[in-house]
Write a protein that binds this ligand. Structure first.
Ligand code: IMP
Ligand code: MG
Length: 178
């Protein structure tokens, strides 16, 4: 595939914003331990950078849910591919997402985890596409609102590629896929 990637948000912009969100989170969770739940695989880069900048105690777990195949449209059904290793009862949970698009994935995930009786349950996302929302879901922290374009980089993939780009970009010849 010879797709071109146009830079939408530079590495410097992303890093600066993550720093600011980390400081806000550190204030909100002062004196507590934040149990960060990374939604695989896209959330990995964001969670690592966020956790590195937080000044409160952090523990981590990973969950993999899938609503996407190789294409770019949410199927509306969410399958738990990998569940958490640890129980979350009584913990302050922070779900770390790469992007909230239709909101279906996050809605299913917050419902599922909410039933496991955490002390609190909040969501932080790197990107939000508010124009695409079809399901109402509460996102406490969002680094960037972006327009309705398919983006890659900083953990986000197209067909499992481009996750390792250190910036966020738009895949230019992807229009026919949507
Ligand atoms: P939702 O259920 O429609 O909100 O889909 C959320 C998931 O779809 C995200 O966690 C991503 O894995 C994927 N996704 C949505 N939009 C994009 C995009 O622009 N680029 C890459 N992945 C995306
Ligand atoms: Mg995701």
């Amino acid at each position: 595939m010879s797709s071109k990637v146009k830079v939408l948000i530079t590495e410097e912009e992303v890093d600066a914003k993550i720093g600011r969100i980390a400081r806000e989170l550190s204030k909100e969770y002062a004196g507590k331990t934040v149990h960060m739940i990374c939604v695989l695989k896209g959330g990995v880069f964001f969670m690592v950078e966020l956790a590195k900048r937080m000044s409160v105690d952090v523990t981590m777990d990973f969950m993999d849910v899938s609503s996407y195949g190789a294409g770019t449209e949410s199927s509306g059904t969410v399958k738990v591919v990998k569940d958490l290793d640890e129980p979350i009862e009584g913990k302050d949970i922070l779900i770390v997402e790469d992007i909230v698009d239709s909101g279906r994935t996050l809605k299913a995930l917050t419902n599922l985890l909410g039933h496991r009786n955490p002390a609190s349950l909040k969501v932080v996302t790197l990107l939000d596409k508010p124009d695409r929302r079809v399901v109402d879901v509460e996102v406490a922290y969002s680094c960037f609102n972006i327009p309705d374009e398919f983006v890659v980089g900083y953990g986000l993939d197209y067909d499992q590629k481009y996750r390792n780009l250190p910036y966020i970009g738009v895949l230019e010849n992807n229009k026919e896929e949507r």
